[in-house]
Write a protein that binds this ligand. Structure first.
Ligand SMILES: *[C@@H]1O[C@H](CO)[C@@H](O)[C@H](O)[C@H]1NC(C)=O
Ligand SMILES: *[C@@H]1O[C@H](CO)[C@@H](O)[C@H](O)[C@H]1NC(C)=O
Ligand SMILES: *[C@@H]1O[C@H](CO)[C@@H](O)[C@H](O)[C@H]1NC(C)=O
Length: 208
């Protein structure tokens, strides 16, 4: 009897902690219907409308391009825990390995085909070749990438949804090689020489 009660108590406690953990794994809840801009006295439908992606499908960019609609571009998303990004890949276009610290990413392929993959914290790769209509989920915080290797040279277009109004992005190449970390440290970390590190840095430097 006592042991049944103990089991029940432990289970309840675990359930409460699990719920708390899930609740913490997203943007904080807000205590109002929405968050209006600080300096406004009234908002209308325009505030909840974002037209920054108009015309985005009318041309293919020459390189991989991401266009975001997060709370930075679309302030009404603040407090709503959602955002999207449109990803456009000409043939050979790559979105280098990166992470989103504050959200999982649900990618929906609407044009072309796309190689995608993520790496878990045991360094196991999970990859896939997507066709139009397919979705792929990149778990929160894990390193992932996308690449258009389409044999028919078709453009690939994907819409990605995030469970955060500001998912954030840390791009591995930029984070590691363009932020001023000392060449000697990077050479040791990558078990190579400083000349190789400098070559990588040159390749990642913004083109003049
Ligand atoms: C409110 O502030 C923002 C940014 O400071 C500005 O762009 C916008 O025009 C302001 N709106 C009003 C109604 O003053
Ligand atoms: C996954 O990646 C490997 C290379 O690491 C590749 O050979 C394989 O075809 C990929 N699988 C899919 C389903 O794209
Ligand atoms: C795709 O582009 C490459 C490089 O321009 C070319 O060699 C190849 O023939 C093209 N393939 C198709 C199916 O058009």
């Amino acid at each position: 009897m006592a042991s049944a009660l103990l089991k029940y108590s432990v289970f309840t406690l675990l359930a409460v902690f699990a719920t708390f953990w899930v609740a913490k794994a997203s943007d904080p809840n807000i205590l109002s219907d929405f968050i209006a801009p600080a300096n406004s006295t009234s908002v209308d439908g325009n505030y909840f409308t974002f037209n920054g992606l108009r015309g985005i499908f009318s041309q293919t960019p020459p390189n991989f391009k991401v266009t975001k609609a997060s709370m930075v571009e679309f302030p009404a998303l603040n407090g709503q825990s959602v955002s999207i990004a449109v990803l456009q890949f000409p043939t050979g276009g790559v979105n280098p390995p990166h992470t989103h610290p504050r959200s999982a990413e649900l990618l929906f392929l609407v044009q072309g085909s796309l190689e995608v993959g993520f790496i878990d914290t045991t360094n196991k790769l999970y990859n896939q070749t997507l066709q139009v209509g397919d979705m792929f989920i990149f778990p929160k915080g894990l390193v992932h990438f996308q690449y258009n290797a389409d044999a028919a040279n078709r453009t690939a277009t994907a819409i990605s949804a995030f469970g955060s109004a500001n998912a954030g992005t840390s791009s591995i190449p930029a984070t590691v090689f363009t932020t001023g970390i000392d060449d000697a440290i990077l050479a040791k970390a990558f078990k190579t020489d400083t000349a190789t590190i400098q070559n990588i840095k040159v390749g990642l430097a913004p083109k003049a």
